[in-house]
Design a protein around this ligand. Structure first.
Ligand code: GLU
Length: 298
């Protein structure tokens, strides 16, 4: 059985007003790159007469902090944004991601993987092929375990759930594409490149699901029609389109916007300590100052 849409999501699918979302992870304070994403989403929702949602992607509880989460809403209000309530928090919906994983498992598209990071690196050596996120492409060690025994072992031992990419690609019809909207509103058709990811992890050992799994399920359940996010997630869209196809979920239109770089030309990131919106807010900056700095207003 497929993922069941709530009556509300079904209703949204039928009436189809454009729906955009900003989906930050509360594992650091928001920075200027997030401001660009959030504002582009809200601006487009306003332009298309659409709806704007905020989704808190808080499945990774190890990096979550209450002040990060609280600051998200404060920063966005300060930027002049407004969104629908209730806000969806992914940590409250773990069962539905599990259901999507079960659906893939029932199609023999998942296998449990018991390898540690160290074992994978030892097997690959120094010149391992890297996926678009920079992680070594998994060499498929556990893909070759006898299926029944592997699942029995999974009942007892911690494991990841990996997508059997070759089988998944075989199961979908022909190559897959997505519609990429440019800054001028023109649409380009992009062919997916899922091979670059190898047997990607869909169920993490520590939290049971993964970013890819949760984002695809939620975009569908919330009826998101336009995904506007940074170019750093451009390559992830190949996996998202594959999962949408395997789970029979609708495909949104995508726009991967430019990234904001720091003075040294590096992409802003929470982990590298990029200056936060919170700091700018507390220093007395205005939303107008931010919009000008990120090139939205002159
Ligand atoms: N939660 C992701 C992040 O903060 C963004 C997910 C998305 O927009 O698809 O990077």
């Amino acid at each position: 059985m497929g993922i069941e849409f709530t009556p509300e999501a079904k209703e949204r699918k039928i009436s189809s007003p454009p729906i955009m979302r900003f989906a930050p992870s509360p594992n650091g304070y928001l920075h200027l790159g997030h401001a660009l994403s959030a504002c582009l989403n809200q601006d487009m929702a306003a332009r298309l007469g659409g709806r704007f949602l905020l989704r808190i992607e808080d499945i990774d509880r190890t990096r979550w902090r209450p002040d990060y989460e609280q600051s998200i809403e404060e920063d966005l209000r300060w930027l002049g944004l407004d969104w629908e309530r209730p806000v969806r928090r992914q940590s409250e919906h773990m069962a539905i991601y599990r259901q999507a994983l079960d659906q893939l498992k029932s199609q023999d598209l998942l296998y449990p993987c018991f390898c540690t990071r160290g074992e994978i690196l030892r097997c690959l050596g120094a010149d391992a092929v890297r996926d678009p996120d920079g992680s070594p492409v998994y060499p498929g060690l556990c893909r070759h375990l006898p299926t029944d025994k592997a699942w029995q072992r999974a009942d007892r031992e911690p494991h990841q759930l990996r997508l059997n990419l070759q089988v998944a690609i075989k199961n979908v019809a022909a190559p897959l594409f997505w519609s990429e909207m440019g800054q001028d509103g023109g649409v380009e058709i992009i062919e997916t490149q899922p091979h670059a990811w190898g047997d990607v992890v869909l169920g993490r050992k520590d939290i049971g699901t993964s970013y890819h799994m949760a984002v695809v399920v939620d975009d569908a359940l919330q009826g998101v029609t336009h995904v506007i996010r940074g170019r750093d997630l451009f390559f992830a869209t190949s996996i998202h389109r594959l999962l949408q196809n395997l789970l029979a979920l609708p495909a949104p239109i995508y726009h991967h916007h430019r990234l904001i770089h720091d003075d040294e030309g590096q992409k802003l990131s929470k982990s590298a300590g990029a200056q936060s919106l919170r700091e700018l807010r507390l220093k007395g900056w205005s939303a107008q100052d931010v919009r000008r700095l990120i090139g939205l207003d002159t």
